[in-house]
Each structure stands twice: as C-alpha cells, then as structure tokens.
Ligand binder design. Structure first.
Ligand code: XLS
Ligand code: NI
Ligand code: NI
Length: 445
C-alpha cells in the first residue's frame, strides 16, 4: 500500500488569486474566516468515490479512456478484493493530497459483489474496516454513505417500489447493512437516491401502490436509524428522471409533499444536486429556497449540467454566479448543519490523466470558495435584503397583518374594494439587483 498513484508529492496549498500554479488553490483558503467561521466549516467539501475512482471513462458508446490502474476494468490483479483495496489506496492518497475534509461512497463503490447477499456483506464489512483505518490515519470524515440500489439487474423495476416484495426485502437488507456501515464510519448523513424508483410506462405501473411501498421502506429506514443509534440525517436526493423516465422524487417540492403525506417530514431532509435541479426545470437556488422554506434542507451535490445536454453530465461547478445565487440561499437559511458540498461530479472522457482529477477538484473548490465569499459579501451589505423587505412593507401595516391573522373575510375585502384606491405598482428592480450581485462577485478578494 505504499505505491503512490499521483505524481503530486505534497498537499495542494492555497497560494492566492494571483498564483499561476495549476496545482494550487487560488480562493479556497480553508482557515480563512468568513463571518466568524472558517471556509472549511462553511463549505464542508466532499469528494465522491464513484465518479473519481470507479469510473474509467466508459460511456454507452465506448470503452474506458482514463489512466486508472486501480479501476475494475483496468486492474490486472484478477482478485476483486485486492483490486478494491488498490482503489481505496488510490482514493485516500488523493483525498489526503487534495486536503478535502470529507468523502462520500456507495456500498458497491468500495467493495465487489459476491455470489450471495452474505458474501457481499462480508466484503463490504472488510472494506469498511479498512476505510475506518484510513479515516483514522488521515483525519478525513465521511459526509454520507449510500446504498447502490440501481446498478444490479435485480433493481430493473425499482428497489422499494418494485412490484416484487422479494426485491423490496433484498433492498431493505442492503440499506440496513449500508446504514450500519455508515454509522460505523461516523457518517454525518445517510443518502437515498432512488434512480430506479419511478416508472417507464403507466401501462404496467400502479403509481399509488408504489408510493405507499416507498413510504413504508423509508419508515423502516428511520426506525432502523434510531435502533442503531445513527445520529446523522436521512436524506432523499431528488431527480426528475434518468435512468427512469419518471422518478417519484422529482424535485424538492414533490419530495416535501410525499414526506408530508406519509408523516416523514420531521425525519427526512433532502440532498439537492445542482444539475438535478436544472433537469427538473428549476434553478439551483430555487431548490435550496424551497427546501429551507419547507424545513427539509440537508446537503448539496455540487455539480453542473451542460446547457445543451439534457442529461446528468455531472460537470464540476465552474459558474461562480450560479453557485453564488445558491450560496446566498444557503447562508440566508443558516448554512449547513450535518450536510456539506459533495462533488458528485466527473471529468470529461478525454481528461485521461490521473492529475486531471486534481485540476477538476481544485477548480470546483475555488468556485465554491468564491461563491461563499460573494454570497457573504452580498448578505452583509444588506443590498438585497433591504430591497426585498421594502417590497413587503405593506404586510407589516395593521391592514396587512389583519389579513394574515384571519381577522378579514373575502366579503369584507369585497366591500373594501368598492371604495379603495387602485393599488400603486412599484418596480421589482430586477436588473439593478442583478448588477448588485455582479458587483459583489467582481469585488471580492
Ligand atoms: C445520480 C445521483 C447519484 C447520487 C448517489 O444522478 O446524483 O450520484 O448522488 O447515489
Ligand atoms: Ni448526486
Ligand atoms: Ni446526479
């Protein structure tokens, strides 16, 4: 395990905005205080295991392209467990050199599948023990763990929403095991992304029944969380489609309605992914604002789509403006508690060198750091909030309050309208507000 996979010999350092060193941070300065809290504590950045260490560049049209001697298709070891250990050595070397605080994994990322449930579970346990040692040695922490309930062919028609209770039971066993593994590694959250919890056609689907099944599944997950003493949050990750044509966890609003219907709203929150927001026809900031207003904000998968590609391309975030608008909502809502920003993001297929992983993460971390600084500058100036408050001023008057407290009736407002003056229209000043955002982004240092 002493083999080094990455040529970078030392940790990536902060060198400031004027640095031309491609392997240095220009904005991410982990100890820098922003509103009394370090950048690292604000952002709680995480790297993901799957795209960065399990994926070698294969796509539906072609083979792997990337130099990944540890990855499944390319390791010459022939022994799946030895290969999984090689992959873990590469991953933790990378996390450590990057100086990122957290990581995230699926059970199937870290360990191979065996011929039976029990054998697979045993291999997961062995790899979890090894991950525990790496965590202890490096100080790296687990932002969240999750069970992969979408790759294995048995989940072709869903896991919790499968028409066959045998598949439901198998998935429940897998989640119990993965939740325990996450707990053992001190995971701060547990995520459920239901990639196959949806349908391809209503011709063979009983939608209402499937939603009931999903709710039952989640109630059991919550029950198990308390049983094993897991203190983290349980998070659902909304996505409108892909791989299924329609996914039940369509967006934050749909998840909130589902949680309320089944009495889960106090137990489960959301993991919002930037490009899933885009795919559902929303802005990233919108999904954050909906989650905070519903009281279910949990964590974020920080990535981006491509404006001309309608699938989950998982680019590393590069748009400071898009991320700033999201960060404004996150800071307004009070910031992260157990959640953080996970780079559920992957390289382009032609970025074949190992060090491209560093370039991608450095760019993503710098983008999030700039967004944090800009958002904090915007909120501290009060520029947006003052004009927002001014728009709602009428609601603070005695008349406005009387409507909201229920002292008014529709009939009362009807007769009032007979004599009241025409309401005065005021400007929304959107362009001026956009200029304010641009100014803060330009000026941060
Ligand atoms: C897929 C999801 C997935 C989850 C974890 O689109 O983003 O990566 O984050 O299963
Ligand atoms: Ni994700
Ligand atoms: Ni995704």
């Amino acid at each position: 395990m002493s083999t080094e996979f990455f040529s970078t010999t030392s940790k990536i350092q902060y060198e400031g905005p004027d640095s031309d060193n491609a392997l240095a941070f220009r904005w991410y300065d982990k100890d820098r205080l922003v509103d009394g809290k370090s950048m690292a504590d604000h952002l709680r950045l995480a790297a993901c295991y799957w795209h960065s260490f399990c994926w070698d560049g294969f796509d539906i049209f072609g083979d792997g392209t990337m130099d990944r001697p540890w990855a499944d298709g390319q390791s010459s070891l022939g022994d799946p467990m030895a290969q999984a250990k090689l992959k873990m050595a590469a991953a933790f070397e990378f996390f450590d050199k990057l100086g990122i605080a957290f990581w995230c994994f699926h059970d199937r990322d870290i360990a191979p599948e065996g011929d039976s449930f029990a054998e697979t579970a045993r291999m997961v346990d062995e790899m979890v023990d090894l991950a525990g040692q790496y965590q202890a040695d490096s100080g790296l922490k687990l932002l969240w763990g999750t069970a992969n309930l979408f790759s294995n062919a048995r989940f072709q028609a869903g896991a919790a929403t499968n028409p066959d209770p045998e598949v439901f039971a198998n998935a429940a066993g897998q989640v119990a095991h993965c939740l325990e593994a996450t707990n053992k590694l001190g995971g701060q959250n547990y995520v459920l992304w239901g990639g196959r919890e949806g349908y391809e056609t209503l011709l063979n689907t009983d939608l209402g029944r499937e939603l009931d099944q999903m709710a039952r599944f989640l109630h059991m997950v919550v029950e198990h969380k308390y049983k094993i003493g897991f203190e983290g949050l349980i998070l659902l990750e909304p996505k409108p489609f892909e791989p299924t044509k329609h996914q039940y966890d369509y967006d934050v609003a749909a998840v909130h309605a589902f949680l309320q219907k089944y009495g889960l709203q106090d137990e489960i929150a959301v993991n919002i992914e930037v490009n899933h927001a885009t795919l559902s026809g929303h802005d990233f900031a919108h999904e954050i604002a909906v989650a905070f207003s519903a009281g279910i904000f949990g964590s974020v998968d920080a990535n981006a789509g491509d404006p001309r590609l309608g699938w989950d391309v998982d680019r590393f975030p590069v748009s400071v403006e898009e991320m700033t608008l999201g960060m404004v909502e996150i800071l307004r809502g009070g910031g992260f508690t157990s959640g953080g920003l996970n780079f559920d993001a992957k390289l382009r297929r032609q970025s074949t060198e190992r060090d491209d992983l560093f370039h991608a993460h450095i760019g993503g971390m710098d983008t999030m750091a700039r967004a944090l600084l800009a958002a904090s500058s915007i909120l501290n100036s009060g520029d947006l909030d003052n004009s927002r408050d001014a728009r709602y001023l009428g609601w603070t008057t005695e008349f406005g309050r009387s409507i909201l407290t229920g002292d008014t009736t529709l009939a009362g407002l009807h007769s009032r309208s007979m004599t009241a003056a025409e309401p005065v229209r005021v400007s929304g000043h959107q362009e001026a507000l956009e200029n304010i955002v641009a100014r803060h982004i330009e000026r941060i240092r």
